[in-house]
Design a binder for this molecule. Structure first.
Ligand code: ADP
Length: 720
């Protein structure tokens, strides 16, 4: 009897499409196939197979099975679960899951080899070629050059069969982790945490632990032990380690290499396509046992995932805001549940969501409260900028400058932290007051001195800084307002002309390699002062760093969204936690205009629990996450009238449900992006409500017209 294959396609379609299975193709669920759609062939995955019942209308046949590893059933289930959760079409997470499957394989390497045949005539030139050939050459031209002969000599030897070109397929294997190696001896509290993790993993099934340890307490060492236990327990077991920043992967990969004498599979946006394909295939076939990667590694086709680690679990870059909108930490827990795997969430400043789960006993709570060895947490001092302001036009206060001087004089390193890229966040005309804004977006243009351009950080639009004000035409009237990292670097250079100073931000570094080099230079003590955005403020170990200066501690508190205080606390605790990680004590100075704010007080007192308890209480009173759930609907379109009309229809269509409140429509704070007007709804729901189902029902009642886009953001982090 013939069968029908439901094929999931990586396209915005609400469901799988049916095709007939050609005779003899013998498909299985998870197989990758090419299926016709309109006039083209699309790379899809078999989601289900069923017997045809005869009464069906004729279906198009599947074109071909693609010779590649199938998607394991759990991966397929996860994709469908994630789509439902995010109120998206399954094609979106499927496209992410297939990203590596569709990357080209590494081309086979070419080598010219000596076959063993004796040449008919051995000239001096030929002898020279045969002498150097064993060194291994990939082309005739290379070999000819090395031997100092003309390419014709090589050609002749190949024709005679003395030399032959051989293709060597790229090795699909990954080095096997060496489980006989031992890690460092754990201290008492680390050992206790590692033991508890091993007990949890040995029990089997889905379990989550929150590894809550101050910066430098050895969380990484502890989770490496858990990885060891997972790999040792089962020769097929696979482990996934998620990291929030690509800049962190190198250091963590180096630690895995040191621990297991084997490099793990690496996965993030900077990986070249053939390597991406190798990791994908390796994960799908079980050859790759450890993956260290960014959030999208979550969609890899693991065959037997038994342990998932989310490092810096509080980090907001786990939230993907465009395309398929998801929170990777939350999806990691969901994936582990499907796989019946263990999860370790590690952080020095856990999210309130995870803390709440630990408090209620849903997660095991493992705390490390001291730094390893003699290292201590840095002393934290608040600099009241009202009492000790910097000179006009400068950003570093006298106490911070003094601290920088003392640190530099002692031959130690400083980090100046400012979470703002570029030179100045605002450029205005002192003649007419005009603020330079992007042409089609509600945002100020940020001045970048390195590139000499004004840049919109939202859309990437940029223009050279004009000589005259575009509004009033006044010459040389544009002034830079406020500091970005480039401006702080300028100030530091003026203060310390002899010092070695560098900036670390995504605009000043061209690629991941340059970022790695700068991190390495800092680790090795080749820099005195590093001025950095958050990209360098997390996770790194700079042994000689003893001073952290936070240029604008209040920055994250402005705007005041749901997580402003929580995020500020986390970011500043991370940034200040870079100091004093070895034997030298560290200190941190926080420049603030609001020293009385609860966040600043908690940071100074190093009393995280007081802060989180107060913050959790406020969230509880307001029914906000983690006590209630939120979702945002963002509606955008080029025509304000059409947008308004649709938004009204959408408002009317909102289903009534117990425990759900809908706020809006309201103009989005970012009312115009790339020429599109934006409106928002905010939905709050009790935890018991199936919010995804509610949103799906709502959306089904009001499909947007063609020019209007409706994005649904479950558990939003951005309220712009
Ligand atoms: P965290 O991940 O909590 O910030 P790390 O695991 O990076 O902490 O540890 C901080 C530093 O202390 C690292 O350089 C690490 O190698 C070292 N360290 C931690 N625990 C030990 C240990 N038991 N023995 C030796 N060195 C350790």
């Amino acid at each position: 009897m013939s069968r029908i294959a439901s094929i999931l396609l990586p396209l915005p379609l609400s469901e799988a499409f049916d095709y007939s299975e050609p005779e003899g193709m013998d498909l299985h669920v998870g197989d990758q196939v090419a299926a016709p759609l309109g006039s083209r062939l699309v790379h899809g995955v078999v989601a289900a197979l069923r017997d045809a019942d005869g009464g069906n209308r004729p279906l198009k046949p599947v074109d071909a099975r693609i010779d590649a590893p199938p998607l394991p059933p759990n991966a397929l289930e996860f994709i469908q679960w994630a789509a439902r959760y995010a109120v998206s079409d399954p094609g979106q997470p499927l496209a992410m899951a297939l990203r590596g499957a569709r990357a080209p394989k590494a081309k086979p390497a070419k080598v010219i080899e000596i076959t063993g045949l004796t040449p008919a005539k051995l000239t001096a030139a030929r002898a020279q070629v045969l002498a150097v050939a064993p060194q291994g050459f990939a082309s005739s031209a290379d070999l000819a050059r090395a031997a100092g002969v003309s390419p014709g000599v090589i050609k002749g030897l190949i024709e005679e069969g003395v030399l032959a070109l051989r293709l060597i397929e790229a090795d699909p294997r990954f080095p096997e982790p060496d489980l006989a190696l031992a890690g460092p001896e754990l201290n008492v509290s680390q050992a206790a945490a590692a033991t508890e993790l091993k007990t949890m993993m040995a029990a089997g099934g889905f379990n989550v632990a929150l590894l809550d340890g101050i910066t430098g307490s050895g969380k990484t060492e502890v989770y490496l032990e858990a990885v060891h236990a997972a790999l040792a327990a089962d020769p097929d077991a696979q482990v996934l380690v998620l990291l929030p920043e690509i800049a962190l992967t190198q250091a963590v990969i180096a630690r895995f290499e040191a621990r297991f004498a084997a490099a793990p599979g690496e996965w993030h946006s900077d990986i070249a396509p053939p390597q991406r394909r190798k990791v994908w295939d390796g994960v799908a076939t079980g050859l790759c046992r450890i993956v260290v990667g960014a959030r999208s590694a979550l969609f890899l086709p693991f065959r037997k995932l038994t342990l998932v680690i989310v490092d810096e679990e509080h980090d907001t870059s786990y939230k993907q805001e465009d395309g398929f909108i998801y929170q990777a930490r939350d999806l990691a827990v969901a994936r582990a549940k499907i796989e019946a795997a263990s999860v370790i969430l590690a952080s020095a400043t856990p999210s309130l969501e995870s803390l709440r789960n630990a408090e209620t006993g849903r997660y095991r709570w493992l705390r490390l409260t001291a730094r390893h060895g003699v290292a201590r947490l840095p002393d934290i001092q608040l600099v009241d900028m009202r009492a000790s302001p910097p000179a006009s036009g400068f950003w570093l206060s006298p106490p911070l400058v003094e601290a920088l001087k003392a640190t530099y004089a002692a031959g130690e390193q400083s980090l100046l932290f400012l979470n703002r890229r570029g030179y100045a966040p605002l450029v205005l005309c002192k003649a007419c007051g005009e603020r330079m804004t992007a042409p089609d977006t509600d945002s100020w243009l940020v001045e970048h001195r390195y590139s000499g351009r004004l840049v919109c950080h939202l859309t990437g639009f940029s223009m050279p800084k004009p000589a005259a004000c575009p509004h009033c035409g006044a010459l040389d009237s544009l002034v830079s307002i406020g500091p970005g990292v480039e401006r702080v670097e300028e100030e530091a250079k003026a203060l310390f002309p002899e010092a070695r100073i560098a900036v670390f931000s995504s605009d000043t570094l061209w690629d991941a390699r340059e970022a790695r080099n700068l991190i390495a230079a800092m680790e090795e003590g080749q820099l005195d002062i590093l001025v950095a955005t958050q990209a360098a403020a997390k996770g790194h170990n700079f042994p000689n760093l003893t001073l952290v200066g936070v240029v604008d501690a209040d920055l994250g508190l402005r705007g005041g969204d749901l997580r402003a205080a929580e995020r500020t606390y986390q970011l500043l605790a991370q940034a200040t936690g870079r100091a004093g990680r070895k034997d030298r004590p560290g200190r941190a100075l926080l420049q603030t205009y609001a020293p009385e704010h609860a966040v600043m007080q908690a940071l100074q007192a190093q009393d995280r629990d007081a802060f989180t308890t107060a913050e959790l209480h406020e969230r509880d009173m307001a029914g906000l996450p983690p006590f209630g759930r939120l979702a945002a609907l963002i509606i955008s379109g080029p025509d304000p009238m059409a947008l308004e009309a649709f938004v009204q229809i959408l408002a009317q269509a909102a289903p009534n449900a117990d425990g759900v409140q809908v706020y809006g429509p309201a103009d989005a704070p970012l009312g115009l992006v790339r020429g599109r007007r934006r409106k928002r709804f905010l939905v709050r729901a009790d935890r018991t409500v199936d919010l995804s189902a509610y949103l799906a029902a709502w959306r089904a009642r009001a499909r947007p017209p063609a020019a209007i886009r409706l994005a649904i953001d479950v558990d939003p982090y951005s309220f712009l």
